[in-house]
Design a protein around this ligand. Structure first.
Ligand code: HEC
Length: 123
């Protein structure tokens, strides 16, 4: 490989990291629809517990604010912030940690994927 190609690869790698923030490749690994997910978040009242700027009435303080969620390294400090882990968390937080205070809201797989896609727009 030429030196120029190596430099190009290094630049790509850096751009992918956006500084020290890890941004999961949600568009590649999951087929979720962010706007549909935002509507699910609104309809299922995640905002009772979470502060989310883009969701009307979402000003809860029981759980952490979800703004900048895409930049988080871990989900609830428990597991790495990957699309698969996030979908699992959204569907069944207790399967990640039985002691967590977040309840299972009863989302199906499609809704959970859409919600995950929405949360990854929160940078
Ligand atoms: C009854 C309150 C409650 C509701 C309703 C609720 N959550 Fe949570 N959520 C929590 C709490 C509390 C935590 C922190 C859990 C922990 O650290 O164990 C949390 C954590 C999270 C996290 C991890 C945040 C981070 O900073 O790592 C995500 C993502 C999340 N919730 C998404 C949702 C979504 C999406 C909904 C709606 C479908 C929802 N939550 C509904 C209470 C709630």
């Amino acid at each position: 490989m030429t030196r120029a190609a190596l430099a190009g690869l290094a630049l790509l790698a850096l751009a992918g990291c956006r500084g020290s923030r890890f941004i999961p490749p949600y568009g590649v690994t999951m087929a979720g629809n962010p706007e549909a997910g935002r509507q699910v978040v609104e309809a299922r009242h995640c905002g009772v517990c979470h502060d989310i700027s883009g969701v009307t009435g979402a000003a809860g303080v029981i759980g952490p604010p979800l703004d900048h969620f895409a930049a988080r390294s871990f989900i609830a400090g428990r597991v790495p912030n990957t699309p698969g882990n996030l979908i699992t968390w959204i569907r069944s937080p207790q399967s990640v940690d039985p002691r967590t205070a977040m309840p299972a809201v009863g989302l199906g797989d499609r809704d959970a994927r859409n919600v995950a896609a929405y949360l990854y727009t929160l940078r």
